[in-house]
Design a protein around this ligand. Sequence first.
Ligand SMILES: [Zn+2]
Length: 77
Amino acid sequence: MAHPKSRISKQRKRKRRTHYKITAPHVVSCNNCGAPVLRHRICDACGSYRGRTIIDKTEAIVEEDVENTIDDVEVED
Ligand SMILES: [Zn+2]
């Protein structure tokens, strides 16, 4: 198995690691609604990607309304 010939000093290790830096995420605005979105990701606000609707966000809202109305009916009974 490959094995280091000699121990790397703290100084040498730390100097090498000065190049390890975190980078800011690539945030762009959605073409459809203008919300901040990570590049190459579906928009979380409207569910669109490259001008097409991938996730129908309006449908999810309708489902929530149906659940609320069912709860209301049960309370009345
Ligand atoms: Zn959007």
